[in-house]
Design a binder for this molecule. Structure first.
Ligand code: NOJ
Ligand code: CA
Length: 675
């Protein structure tokens, strides 16, 4: 398929600043689904509003900034000019949930100018798609505003109709690792994005941001009722963002659909990011991995050296052999380097990123892995100390590159506000995981790694805002409660967790959730899941790197369900959401990027349910062998998560499957096209 590109510009320029209150500019989406209006009030304050098919979705919501060292940029605006343009093109993802992405929008640029005093100018640019919109501020180069030191962004989001929200709290110690709340929108205090809401008239809206570069993350704070305001993540240096004009803020995004699945199908976040800046990235290919990991979370092994040290030469060889025998490319090893023996949590001062522990022969292991067609996956835990990490970063990446280690899981284990960064005059500043300092840090790591053809997967990260489009070696991240909570979390992840993730966290991008614990055993607790659901997660929770997280012995003891984990790909050419409701259930169909085969994954919450999956996405006239992994008749996460039925049947595009899911259950299906 060849890329199509139609760009045409339709400029409407109003010459002299107009001072009248009321609407000043308007733009519709290409299919006339959404429309955005910008207005000024009598004090010259700008606002935007959004309607969908003629009905208000966002009522007039203010725009502007508080600055640290200059009068606020918010009143006395007049319209200097406005213009529109349209774009419709299709671009190709190097890897992803789908191969081709259509980018079709109408853009409105509104240039505002202060009618008094400093006469500063500020542009607001809206890109309006049929399934959502993004807008950002652009600070032009101008004499009266050179250094832009932002104390607060005053952007508001006022939801027009009473709504229910799915959200996690922002500004709390555990970063993004909270259970999702479902409450009336008016009961949300302060939330991270993506925050997803459903209005009482059935409109689904997800609030988020795209292209978070050199800026602080946006939290949403309630002003009153259903009116929310951007609250930027704090900074040790007072102003939350320090930039020099000209520059752009990230895009503030609203995905808007009439179903939960419609939100997931939107490519808005990726489309609003810049195209790939790395050039040929064929050196990264999606992969699956196993590793020395779950044993530490179960407390059977330790990160620290000693009698239970996980990262030994012998244990790693066992994992390499297992990976080679079962077709896994990667073997993650945590606790391999010097620094874990002391107090590493929120400390990180002792880590040496190029110094293995004496019982870990990394040179021999990298060579052994290579001889078996396997790659070690690197690990850089920082304890949140980026001052120490950045000082060693280049040497640490060179070290891995020399060994042929081409992907790294990193970690920032420290409470929110506990990142230690090198500040002015060499002092240590305590920063937030999602502030401007960390947005810069992550891109530093990603771009340094890209130069060495290394992929990055941070845990305790900054949230995803679609930067994988621009930097395709930023392949996944954590940024929500993952599998580890099922080992030791109190409470563990409840059965509804993954159906919540799909329509909240996963709207931002891939997650290194690390599924596949088919033993269903945590440390002193059981997973609130069935085996079939663990398999379904490989299709439901997208990531181009997927871990098979369980212990080797648990896979060896359950070879039949393990077969699905061996078979399922980690790269797709197409993705469909067949059904779904936030926090209740969801069914995905995804097409393998490297064959004609499709995979289905469905999960439910604590309720048993029967979902219907129409197979009309299959090629008509072709027969498919369906390998079905379903909850058995007695399956129930509470009493019998292990009851699974594995069976085969032949299907075509004319069939509709009934997926019977147990409480806390799921279903995984591999659809092999006959040749
Ligand atoms: C937290 C990560 O999420 C987990 O996967 C890792 O094992 C520990 N930090 C140690 O780095
Ligand atoms: Ca974590």
């Amino acid at each position: 398929m060849s890329a199509r590109l139609f760009v045409y510009v339709l400029a409407l320029v109003i010459a002299s600043p107009a001072l009248a209150a009321g609407p000043i500019a308007q733009v519709e989406s290409p299919g006339k689904v959404l429309s955005v209006e910008v207005s000024l009030d009598n004090d010259g304050r700008a606002a935007y509003s959004v309607s969908r098919r003629g009905k208000p979705v966002i009522t007039p919501s203010r725009l502007g900034f508080l600055l640290a060292d200059a009068p606020k940029l918010e009143r006395n605006f007049a319209l200097a000019s406005s213009s529109t343009r349209s774009q419709d093109d299709t671009w190709e993802q190097p890897w992803g949930e789908r191969r081709f992405v259509r980018n079709r929008f109408n853009e409105l640029r509104v240039s505002l100018k202060e009618s008094k005093n400093l006469q500063r100018t500020l542009d607001v640019v809206f890109r309006v798609y049929d399934d959502g919109l993004g807008f950002r501020y652009e600070f032009p180069d101008q004499p009266a505003l050179k250094d832009v030191n932002i104390v607060e962004e005053l952007t508001e989001f006022t939801v027009a109709t009473p709504a229910t929200a799915w959200w996690i709290p922002a500004g709390e110690w555990n970063r993004y690792e909270y259970l999702y709340h479902k409450t009336p929108l008016v009961e949300v205090g302060q939330a991270h994005t993506p925050m997803t809401v459903r209005t009482e008239d059935g409109v689904y809206i997800a609030f988020h941001e795209a292209a978070l570069v050199d800026y602080s993350s946006m939290w949403l704070r309630q002003v009153e009722g259903q009116k929310f305001r951007a609250n930027l993540s704090p900074s040790a240096s007072g102003a939350k963002v320090r930039r020099k004009a000209p520059f752009n803020t990230p895009w503030r995004t609203l995905q808007i659909a009439d179903s939960a699945g419609g939100l997931y199908m939107s490519d808005l976040i990726l489309n609003l990011n810049e195209p790939n800046k790395l050039g040929d990235v064929s050196w990264f290919k999606p992969f699956k991995y196993v590793g020395i990991w779950w044993g530490m979370h179960l407390d059977k092994q330790t990160w620290a050296t000693g009698p239970r040290h996980g990262a030994t030469t012998e244990e790693t060889k066992r994992y390499i052999d297992f990976a080679a025998a079962n077709g896994f490319r990667g073997v993650l090893v945590e606790g391999w380097n010097v620094g874990w023996d002391g107090d590493w949590f929120a400390n990180g001062a002792d880590y040496l990123y190029s110094q293995p522990t004496p019982d870990f022969d990394i040179v021999a292991l990298a060579a052994y892995a290579k001889s078996k067609g396997v790659h070690l996956v690197g690990h850089h835990e920082t304890g949140g100390n980026i001052a120490v990490y950045e000082a060693q970063l280049e040497a640490a990446l060179d070290f891995y590159q020399r060994l042929g280690i081409d992907s790294i899981k990193s970690g920032y284990v420290a409470d929110a506000g506990g990142i230690q960064a090198r500040g002015k005059d060499g002092r240590i500043d305590f920063e937030w995981h999602d502030g401007q300092v960390m947005s810069r840090h992550h891109l530093l790591v990603v771009t340094e790694a890209a130069e060495r053809h290394i992929a990055i997967n941070p845990h305790e990260p900054i949230k995803d805002t679609g930067l994988r489009r621009t930097y395709p070696n930023w392949v996944a991240r954590e940024g929500a409660r993952g599998m580890e909570y099922n080992a030791w979390g109190n409470p563990p992840n409840p059965p509804e967790h993954e159906a919540n993730l799909v329509f909240t966290r996963m709207l931002s991008g891939p997650m290194d959730f690390t599924p596949g614990v088919i033993s269903l055993e945590g440390k002193k607790q059981k997973l609130q899941s069935t085996i079939a659901k663990q398999l379904a997660l490989y299709v439901v929770l997208y990531s181009p790197i997927q871990m098979a997280a369980d212990l080797i012995e648990n896979y060896e003891a359950n070879p039949k369900p393990f077969q699905f984990i061996k078979d399922v790909p980690a790269d797709w050419s197409d993705t469909r959401v067949l059904n779904g409701e936030i926090g209740d259930y969801v069914t995905f169909a995804r097409k393998d990027r490297n064959s004609e085969d499709w995979y289905i994954g469905a999960v439910t919450d604590e309720s048993a349910r029967t979902l219907s999956a129409k197979l009309d996405f299959l090629t008509p006239g072709k027969r498919y062998r369906a390998q079905i992994y379903r909850d058995g008749p007695n399956a129930d996460w509470k009493t019998n998560g292990k009851d699974i039925v594995i069976e085969e049947r032949t299907v075509t595009s004319a069939d509709t499957l009934s997926l019977v899911l147990a409480p806390g259950g799921g279903q995984a299906i591999r659809l092999l096209r006959s040749r």
